[in-house]
Design a protein around this ligand. Structure first.
Ligand code: ZN
Length: 469
C-alpha cells in the first residue's frame, strides 16, 4: 500500500524515513511492516512501500529506521513550561492541601524573570522531544509568553502558548477582566492560529476567575477562532467553591455562562458528577487528563475519575503530564500506560481500555481533543510531518511484541531515537539538534539556585544531606 497526496504531480520529497514498522494511526489503524514515510517540506507526502518510495525519490535524504517503530508525534495536552521545570522534584510530596501551590509554586512563579521563563520553556521543550512529544499545550502560567514561544521555536517543538489569566485580588500577574482579555488577544495576534507555535486563550481557571472573565474568554476564543484552556476540578475544592459561590457545580455554571464547547480544553475534570459528564459530552468540551499528577498529589482519580467513560462515550480526551512537581516526568507513553491501568483496575474490567485506546489518546484522539486532528496525530499524506522513531535495538524491545502492547505497556519514552517536527529533524540519535544540551544543563542548575534564593523559598530535602567528610 502506498498512499500519496499528489498522484498526478508528485510533491518534492526531501526526507525518507525508511524501513521501520510504521504505526500510522490512520482510520484503519494500519501498521506498515518495513514501510517508509516520505516528507516534503513540512508535510507527509506519502506513506508506503520502501522499495517504491526510495525509487521514486532517489535524491531525498534517508533516515534509516530499520529495526525501529515509527509513530506519529505524541501530544501532551497540559504541561507547565514555566514555574516548575527549574524546580523539578523540589516540591515535597508530604504537604497539606494548598501548601504546594501557595508556599511553593506561587512564590517561585512570582520570582521568574523573562530569562527564567525562556530557559525553563527551552528545558521543557527539549525534554518533550526526548520522549517523542511533538505537540505541547502550554498550561498557561506564563508571564512572558513571547519568551516562552521563542524557546519553543528554538527547540523545534510544536505547541500553544498562553499567558497567565486570572482576575482575583492580589495574585501574581492578576488584573481586571478587561486587561486580562486584552493580554490574551495580544498573544493570539502575535502567534496566530496554524503556526508551529500558536496562541490560545488561557485562564488559570479553578474558581480564580470572575464570570465576566470566564464568559469574555470564551467569546474571545470564538471570535479569534482559537481554543481556550483552563484548570478545573482536579480535587473536590472547585466543586465546593462553585457550589458556595454560584449554587451549582462548576461545569453547570460554565454551561450557563456559555463557556462550554468544542473550543474549550478543560485540564483535569477529575471531580465531575453525572450531570457534568453529560454536559461535557453534549457540548464537545475536551479534557486534558493528567493521571500522574493526581496520583502524585493524592487527588482521588482512582475513586472519582470518569475519563475512561468519557472516552468510551465518544468524548474528546487527551493526555497531559501537568508539571515537573505534579506528574513530573513529561513522558506521554508512561502516562498512556497509567491511564489504561487506572481505567482497567478501578472498574475491575480487563475487557476495555487496552493499549490501543491509550495510544490513540496520545496521538490521533489527543490531536482531536486539542483541535488539531486535521494537521497532526497520524502518519498520512497531507498531514504535517511530526514523526517519532523508537529504537527497538535494545533490551526493552527484545523481542519486539505487538506494536500497541509494546508501545504502551512494554516501554516508555526512553527508547525514542529521532524526532521530526514540521518536517524538521529536531532530535537525532537522542540529542536535540537545535539546543546545546550541555550548556542548557549548566545554565538550568545555576538559574534554579538563583530562583530559589530570589523567591525566598528553601528546599527541604526528604533525607538529610550531609558533607562527605
Ligand atoms: Zn496544570
Amino acid at each position: 500500500m502506498t498512499e500519496s497526496s499528489a498522484e498526478h504531480s508528485p510533491s518534492p520529497v526531501d526526507l525518507l524515513v525508511t524501513g521501520g514498522d510504521v504505526v500510522t494511526m490512520n482510520a484503519r489503524r494500519e501498521v506498515l511492516s518495513g514501510g517508509t514515510v516520505a516528507i516534503g517540506g513540512d508535510r507527509i507526502v506519502a506513506v508506503g512501500s520502501t522499495k517504491e518510495l526510495t525509487a521514486a525519490y532517489p535524491d531525498a535524504s534517508a533516515l534509516d529506521a530499520r529495526d525501529c517503530i515509527v509513530t506519529p508525534g505524541l501530544v501532551n495536552a497540559h504541561e507547565h513550561l514555566t514555574g516548575d521545570p527549574l524546580a523539578r522534584s523540589c516540591i515535597p510530596d508530604l504537604l497539606p492541601p494548598g501548601a504546594s501551590i501557595f508556599e511553593w509554586s506561587v512564590p517561585l512563579h512570582g520570582a521568574h524573570t523573562g530569562d527564567d521563563d525562556e530557559l525553563s520553556a527551552l528545558l521543557a521543550s527539549a525534554e518533550a522531544l526526548h520522549y517523542g512529544v511533538t505537540t505541547l499545550i502550554e498550561a498557561g502560567t506564563v508571564a512572558h509568553p513571547d519568551r516562552v514561544a521563542s524557546a519553543m521555536m528554538q527547540a523545534g517543538v510544536r505547541g500553544t502558548i498562553g499567558t497567565w489569566g486570572w482576575d482575583i485580588e492580589g495574585g501574581p500577574f492578576a488584573a481586571p477582566a478587561d486587561e486580562v482579555l486584552d493580554r490574551q488577544r495580544k498573544v493570539c495576534d502575535a502567534w496566530p492560529r496554524g503556526g508551529r507555535v500558536e496562541g490560545w486563550i488561557t485562564l488559570v481557571g479553578h474558581d480564580l476567575a470572575s464570570d465576566a472573565l470566564l464568559g469574555g474568554a470564551a467569546d474571545l476564543a470564538r471570535e479569534l477562532d482559537t481554543n481556550m484552556t483552563m484548570h478545573l476540578s482536579p480535587t473536590s475544592s472547585d466543586p465546593e467553591q462553585y457550589l458556595a459561590r454560584t449554587g451549582v457545580r462548576p461545569v453547570v455554571h460554565l454551561q450557563r455562562l456559555g463557556v462550554l464547547g468544542e473550543h474549550l480544553l478543560l485540564a483535569h475534570g477529575v471531580w465531575f458528577d453525572d450531570e457534568e459528564v453529560e454536559l461535557v459530552l453534549a457540548s464537545g468540551t475536551a479534557i486534558a487528563y493528567c493521571p500522574w499528577a493526581y496520583l502524585r498529589l493524592g487527588q482521588g482519580v482512582c475513586k472519582m475519575g470518569r475519563h475512561a467513560e468519557i472516552v468510551e462515550r465518544g468524548g474528546r480526551v487527551a493526555l497531559g503530564c501537568d508539571a515537573s512537581n505534579a506528574g513530573d516526568l513529561a513522558d506521554i507513553l508512561r502516562t498512556a500506560a497509567v491511564a489504561a491501568g487506572i481505567a482497567r483496575d478501578t472498574r475491575i474490567d480487563g475487557m476495555h481500555f487496552g493499549a490501543g485506546t491509550a495510544f490513540e489518546l496520545a496521538t490521533i484522539q489527543g490531536a482531536s481533543a486539542v483541535g488539531m486532528h486535521d494537521r497532526i496525530g497520524s502518519l498520512e499524506p497531507g498531514k504535517l510531518a511530526d514523526v517519532v522513531v523508537h529504537d527497538t535495538r535494545n533490551i526493552t524491545w527484545t523481542p519486539p511484541g505487538d506494536h500497541a502492547l509494546h508501545l504502551v505497556w512494554g516501554t516508555d519514552g526512553r527508547t525514542v531515537r529521532d524526532v521530526i517536527v514540521n518536517g524538521d529533524l529536531v532530535l537525532r540519535d537522542r540529542a536535540c539538534t537545535k539546543v546545546d544540551e550541555q550548556a542548557l544543563r549548566a545554565e538550568a542548575r545555576k538559574a534554579s539556585d538563583a530562583l530559589f534564593a530570589r523567591a525566598g523559598v528553601e528546599r527541604k530535602p526528604t533525607w538529610p544531606v550531609v558533607p562527605a567528610e
